[in-house]
Structures are given as structure tokens and as C-alpha cells.
Write a protein that binds this ligand. Structure first.
Ligand code: 13P
Length: 248
């Protein structure tokens, strides 16, 4: 049985005091869930949010991480720095990082390898653009992202990976992929993991959907066989909505 995940990605939103208020508002309402609850927050509040959620079931993670331990990389944050503040989860390869900050399949792969070397769990984000779906090449695109991302990643490390399928045309647009389309792609990703690894790993790996997930569509998405959770932007910023998502 795969444990469901509801992960909020706050992107470039919220100050520390807003973050604390959010935790105060949700923690009693998400504490008895069987869902893994995660929040990926801006760097400036990572340590304070990590400390503030100590003793709760809320996991705090970073939205990005560099692939070197240190060096002349102005503005970047390394795995050692995350470990220094006890943060053991990161997103890698979010489409906004790919689109605006030159993240490539190669850097995604380097980041995954480095995170695993430092015992940091990864949510790898993949997904196609609108024109790629319109040209019916969405599976080729996602397959390529997956194959490159897991180059040299050993089977024994795969339990530290979650994959999030986020079709770019559904992010922040209010346009959700239909639950059937989302499930079809996620089941395709699962079969690619089976090709790369084996039956057991493909059965155990958790694969999330992301793109305009909200309280009104979460249940239908979660009812699909292959969808194990949601990576949520907009609706994760409001405490009441986030509580509803966790208790879908
Ligand atoms: P929205 O939920 O705002 O569409 O964002 C999805 C996303 O990018 C999560 O990483």
C-alpha cells in the first residue's frame, strides 16, 4: 500500500510570520491523517518553519537545491546547507525552475544524485508543455525526462524518490487535467519505472499529480488507481483549503 502524499509548494509566497500562522491554523486539523503532509517553503523561512513544526507530522522541504556542496554559485543553496538546518526533503526540476532558471534534464539528474548522496529525499517534477500535448508527444517528453533524471540512480535509492507529474498547461491556470488523463500519464510513468528498475519499485514508488489541484477535485483525482497524491500550489496557500486537501 502506497502512503498518499499531499504536498504544498508555496513557490515565492509568504513571510515567516505568515508561515507560523499557517502552521497554527492547520496542525490540529492534519495531525490524525494517514496522509504524508509536506510543505515546500521559501529558503528564508526554511529553518524557522522546520523548528516550528518540530513534533508535528508536517514535513518541511526546500523548493530547490544546487548539485555541488559549495562553490562560486551566487544565490544558490547546497545540500550541506539544507542538512545543516535538518531539512531532508527537496523538490527537483519544477517546471518553473526549468522554464525560468535554465534547469535541464542534466542538472535535474545531478541534483538527484547529490541529494541522495546526502540522504535528502526528492520529489522529482516532470510534465509536458501545452504544445507538446497538442502534438501528441507528451509521453515521449515525460519519458525522456524520467530516463535522464534517473541516470545512475541505483535501485536501492528509489525509496527516497517521489515523482510529481505536473502538466505545465495545468499549473496555476485553473485548468486541471482530467483525472483519467492524469491517471493515464501516471500509469505510463509507473511502467517506465518498471522498465528502468523492476516490478517492486514500480509498485512502491509514489507518483503525484500537480496542476490546479483544489478541494473540489482532489477526491476524484485520489480515487484513480495510480495517483498517490497531489503537489499543490495555489490551494496550499490557504489553511482551510489545505486542511480539506489533506482530509480529502
Ligand atoms: P497550482 O496548484 O497553483 O496549479 O500549482 C501547481 C504546482 O506547480 C505545484 O508545484
Amino acid at each position: 500500500m502506497r502512503k498518499p502524499v499531499i504536498a504544498g509548494n508555496w513557490k515565492m509566497h509568504k513571510t515567516i510570520s505568515e508561515g507560523f500562522k499557517f502552521i497554527d491554523d492547520i496542525k490540529e486539523n492534519v495531525k490524525d491523517t494517514d496522509v504524508e503532509v509536506m510543505l515546500f517553503v521559501p529558503y528564508t523561512m526554511l529553518k524557522s518553519m522546520k523548528d516550528y513544526t518540530d513534533g508535528t507530522n508536517i514535513i518541511i522541504g526546500a523548493q530547490n537545491m544546487h548539485f555541488e556542496e559549495n562553490g562560486a554559485y551566487t544565490g544558490e543553496i547546497s545540500p550541506l546547507m539544507l542538512k545543516d538546518i535538518n531539512v531532508k526533503n527537496t523538490l527537483v526540476g519544477h517546471s518553473e525552475r526549468r522554464e525560468y532558471f535554465n534547469e535541464t534534464d542534466e542538472t535535474v539528474n545531478k541534483k538527484i544524485l547529490k541529494a541522495l548522496e546526502h540522504d535528502i529525499d526528492v520529489i522529482l517534477c516532470v510534465g509536458e508543455k501545452l504544445e507538446e500535448r497538442e502534438n501528441n508527444i507528451e509521453k515521449d517528453v515525460v519519458k525522456k525526462q524520467i530516463i535522464k533524471a534517473f541516470e545512475n540512480v541505483s535501485a536501492k535509492m528509489m525509496n527516497k524518490i517521489v515523482i510529481a507529474y505536473e502538466p505545465i498547461w495545468a499549473i496555476g491556470t485553473g485548468k486541471t487535467a482530467s483525472s483519467e488523463d492524469a491517471n493515464e500519464m501516471i500509469s505510463f510513468i509507473r511502467s517506465e519505472i518498471q522498465n528502468l528498475y523492476d516490478d517492486e519499485i514500480s509498485e512502491e514508488i509514489r507518483i503525484l499529480y500537480g496542476g490546479s489541484v483544489k478541494p473540489t477535485n482532489v477526491e476524484e483525482l485520489m480515487n484513480q488507481d495510480d495517483i498517490d497524491g497531489g503537489l499543490v500550489g495555489g490551494a496550499s496557500l490557504k489553511a482551510d483549503q489545505f486542511i480539506e486537501l489533506v482530509n480529502f
